[in-house]
Design a protein around this ligand. Structure first.
Ligand code: ATP
Ligand code: MG
Length: 348
């Protein structure tokens, strides 16, 4: 059986700000500001997200901090109640049929939630027992997963002594323990070293090849590109682009991005840049009041070619008596795509 994921116009409005840290790390209410009236703030975390993830697909949610990725995963995994819209795992409405949905899904949350008082093997075995897997099968699966995630020699150790990356590997192993049809991985490679990240990618592909659907979140474009068959790029709770990594990259005008910084603002120079062969679009915030305050006279040039434009740009700048202070060329990438859609870098 292959199971897909669907959402229609998902909205989530948090009525209060995120819980303050209590100092003890358990979030039992705010320790600071006690007795003071907290400001009432509404946060629109999701603003109408509609997604169709095909059965057997690896689908990525890419977006900057606070975009709404974990909130989307939270709703799809029954942890967060949506303010509006609907979500389905296969045929099952996520909010109305939570038990059926929980049987179909495995979840790795962004923040590790392992029981520190158990050993790694116990965590896997207890999870298997919770899902009604018989004891022989449980033992077998736990053994295979410990081996696959290179944790065999740590299986009898208490998790409290694990490094962050080891906990992350164990969390993913636990989510796979009941062989779920749909696997949710919220930033699965956070905190993993480059080699372990490659191992994880291999495991994710392998799991997908056995017919499973995988939804993962990331802000790492390399990961999204390498792993996902399709991606949704989200920002401020909205879906701003959808497609295969190749389609998304091809949708950036020209593909090449030249980020230029000048010594001063010149509207005439910006116009001339636009007329160079191969230049598709020139964007500049240089004539805003903020730019003159900070001395940031920059322009983003989207073009069909990269390096060969630099000397022509330098000539234009010198002809306009404007200093060209910095040039940064990047090839077609998801980063460029995000910048083009939002005017901001994913890394900003
Ligand atoms: N429990 C909560 N209460 C109030 N606001 C919340 C809560 N959880 C998330 N938010 C807010 O909702 C917005 C979206 O958060 P979310 O965690 O979904 O983002 P994200 O894309 O996963 O970001 P990151 O890349 O940092 O993990 C943020 O503004 C966040 O502060
Ligand atoms: Mg998140």
């Amino acid at each position: 059986m292959l199971t897909g994921i669907k959402t229609r116009d998902l909205r989530k409005i948090y009525k209060s700000p995120p819980p303050l840290a209590s100092g003890g790390g358990f979030g039992f209410g705010p320790a600071r500001g006690k007795g003071k009236k907290q400001p009432k703030a509404e946060i629109v975390a999701l603003d109408g997200i509609s997604l169709d993830v095909a059965p057997g697909e690896i689908f990525g949610l890419l977006g900057p901090n606070g975009a709404g990725k974990s909130t989307t995963v939270g709703i799809l995994t029954t942890r967060v109640r949506p303010t509006g819209g609907q979500a389905w795992i296969g045929e099952h409405d996520v909010w109305k049929e939570q038990v059926a949905v929980k049987r179909l899904i495995g979840v790795v949350q962004q923040r590790p939630n392992l029981d520190f008082t158990l050993t790694a093997r116990e965590i896997l075995l207890f999870h298997g027992a919770y899902f009604g897997i018989d004891s022989r099968m449980r033992e077998e699966r736990a053994e295979t997963l410990l081996e696959r995630f290179k944790l065999s020699d740590r299986g009898e150790e208490m998790v409290r002594g694990f490094s962050g990356g080891m906990m992350q590997r164990l969390s993913i192993a636990r989510a796979m323990m009941h062989d779920p049809q749909v696997l949710f991985l919220d930033e699965p490679s956070a905190g993993l070293d480059p080699q372990t990240r490659l191992l994880l990618w291999e495991i994710i592909r392998e799991y997908n090849q056995s017919g499973k659907t995988i939804l993962l979140t990331t802000h790492n474009m390399e990961e999204a590109d390498a792993l996902c068959q399709r991606l949704a790029i989200i920002d401020h709770g909205k879906n701003i682009a959808l497609g295969t990594p190749a389609e998304l990259k091809a949708s950036v005008p020209g593909g090449y991005l030249l980020r230029l910084r000048f010594g001063q603002h010149s509207s005439e120079l910006l116009q001339r840049l636009q007329s160079l062969t191969g230049v598709r679009e020139v964007r500049s915030k240089s004539n805003t009041p903020n730019a003159s305050a900070t001395g940031d006279y920059s322009a983003d040039v989207y073009a069909d070619r990269g390096g060969s434009l630099v000397s022509e740009i330098a000539n234009l700048a010198s002809g306009a008596s404007v200093e060209l202070c910095d040039v940064h060329i990047s090839e077609p990438s998801l980063e460029n795509l995000f910048l083009h859609h939002t005017g901001r870098s994913l890394r900003d």
